[in-house]
Design a protein around this ligand. Sequence first.
Ligand code: AMP
Ligand code: MG
Length: 322
Amino acid sequence: MKTELLSCNDDLSGSIERAAALIRLGEVVAIPTETVYGLGADGLNPSATGKIYTAKGRPSDNPLILHISDRAQLEMIAETNHPMLEALMSAFWPGSLTLVLPKKEVVPPTSTGGLDTVAVRMPNHKIALEIIRKAGVPIAAPSANTSGKPSPTNAQHVAEDLTGRIAAIVNAGPCTIGVESTVLDLTQEKPAILRPGAVTRDQIESVIGALGSATADISKHSPGTRYRHYCPNAEVIIINEPCDFDTAVLEMKKVAWIGSHPPQGAKKVFKLTTAEDYAREIFNALRICDSEGIEIIVVEEISDAGLGAAVMDRLRRAAGKS
Ligand code: AMP
Ligand code: MG
């Protein structure tokens, strides 16, 4: 299959029209969002969403997030009587909070991994919203990478993984946030975070009060969490203190360093300090390390506070530690 590259510099409205038309036809198109690039298809069409799973090599029980552009679409796909829903939507939509709600009949089980709930989000990205509006359907979109690999935060990353496997890629430059949405389950007695993400626990609790903790069998509630994720080819080592690292390794292996205290002798350095910097750059850094044949990626740990929770979740998974 030839993958069309749709630029948003030269022909914004033409690219949006084309992307929406392909999605209406049941094809798969990579679209930009503020978090990471998504692999979008008509979320109500099982044959279209089937192509997402094939292109990514995604296990079929890992459910998809449906992206909407207005509240009427929410009414169409989910039960909306949860008492905290209105406050959450007003505070965080459009934005990087995904809400898990009871699904309506119209949503096929192939979009939800067979669950009777549906994950929904209204992205805070003008081009994504316009493509959804023009397509006229909720767009199912997981991250636009090969399953298991670091998520894509620019169109080049998508092209590396999926050229020849999808109908088109819409290029709107790098993502501003760089880590995925927070997934909040509203179907348990107390709302609980199933996946930490771009919206922090504190931000959510300031709107609806204390959250519950995700149940021990989180993989049952959020099947995506049970699979390997974000893994580069290189080994990822997370260190608490820069001095914990044995610099003799620098002589023997091609080492890349991510953080604020790189040692002399690292082959590649990504100088990152704040959680926001880590979030925006981390997947790009992991991918560059692979393209340059790095063998070990050392990452300085950051605090789990705020956005750091999402960053450290991704890094621990990249390191195979959760
Ligand atoms: P991805 O789109 O690959 O970044 O991941 C989507 C995430 O949302 C995964 O962790 C899924 O397990 C989670 N998710 C999607 N739909 C549901 C649902 N109906 N119930 C619980 N979690 C969901
Ligand atoms: Mg993903």
